[in-house]
Design a protein around this ligand. Structure first.
Ligand SMILES: O=C(O)c1cccc(C(=O)CC[C@H]2O[C@@H](n3cnc4c(=O)[nH]cnc43)[C@H](O)[C@@H]2O)c1
Length: 239
């Protein structure tokens, strides 16, 4: 990425987008595109509330990427950001996780012998790898913990499911519902991707009262306040 390229920051919902926007003081313009609406900040960051779940997040992100490419101003980096569940005790509520791997945890087939990822069936991919140099910069700037972030279509709600996910993905620190979809769209355009999750709840038995969404949104704002200079200056050739 060079200084003239732009960064697309994709959250799921407007509350997350607005939390990220809080790190970019100054005017932001609404840009309506076919299939996506952006908030464009002064500094070359476009914010997108891409929708909940991997499919809608992929569709919205792809719409924004295609519009930018057709306009001759492609993005140099896509960032999936939002709140997420944290695996305990490594990723406590309120902490930040940056993905060193973005993995689709439930894309595959159930068999009598257990879950088979779609790659074992001979199709597609289940993991995208963000650039190492960028992950290191995020860790240095924000104190985020690096680890695998799982993308799921169903929020984990039992200890059994949490344990099964950890057994299959020992490096997993967090789960969300959009990262893999955003990463698939970025990969289709040959653009590097990053995922950052602020932990709003533990991954495990469903306890809605224990979710700390406000704290996680505040952590997102704080993280992007520290991150913006690193994202602006990051160079693809560093990796
Ligand atoms: O169950 C509820 O009452 C409820 C209220 C507000 C939001 C939700 C969600 O399920 C939000 C999903 C949304 O947030 C991300 N997220 C947050 N925590 C997790 C998690 O533990 N596992 C997966 N995704 C999570 C996710 O990326 C969605 O965008 C429920």
């Amino acid at each position: 990425m060079n200084a003239r390229e732009r960064v697309l920051l994709a959250t799921a919902v407007p509350a997350e987008r607005d939390a990220v926007a809080g790190a970019f003081p100054g005017p932001a313009d609404e840009v309506r595109l076919p299939g996506a609406t952006l908030l464009r900040t002064d500094g070359g960051f476009d914010l997108l509330a891409a929708g909940v779940g991997p499919a809608l997040a992929a569709a919205s992100t792809a719409a924004a990427l295609t519009a930018a490419a057709l306009a001759g101003t492609p993005y140099g980096l896509v960032v999936s950001a939002g709140i997420g569940g944290g695996f305990q005790p490594e990723a406590p509520v309120g902490s930040l996780v940056v993905a060193d791997a973005i993995t689709a945890a439930d894309l595959g087939a159930e068999t009598p012998d257990g879950f088979l990822p779609v790659t074992d069936l001979g199709f597609g991919t289940v993991t995208h790898l963000p650039p190492n140099s960028l992950v290191r910069e995020v860790v240095a700037a924000t104190g985020a913990r690096p680890g695998t972030v799982l993308t799921v279509s169903t929020v984990t709600g039992t200890a059994t499911r949490a344990a099964a996910l950890r057994e299959r993905h020992p490096g997993a620190l967090a789960e969300g519902m959009e990262g893999f979809g955003v990463a698939e769209a970025a990969a289709a355009h040959g653009v590097p991707v990053l995922e950052i999750r602020a932990v709003s709840n533990p991954v495990g038995p469903r306890d809605r009262d224990a979710w700390r969404i406000g704290d996680a949104l505040a952590a997102l704002t704080g993280a992007f306040g520290k991150l913006a200079p690193a994202l602006e200056s990051w160079n693809t050739h560093d990796d």
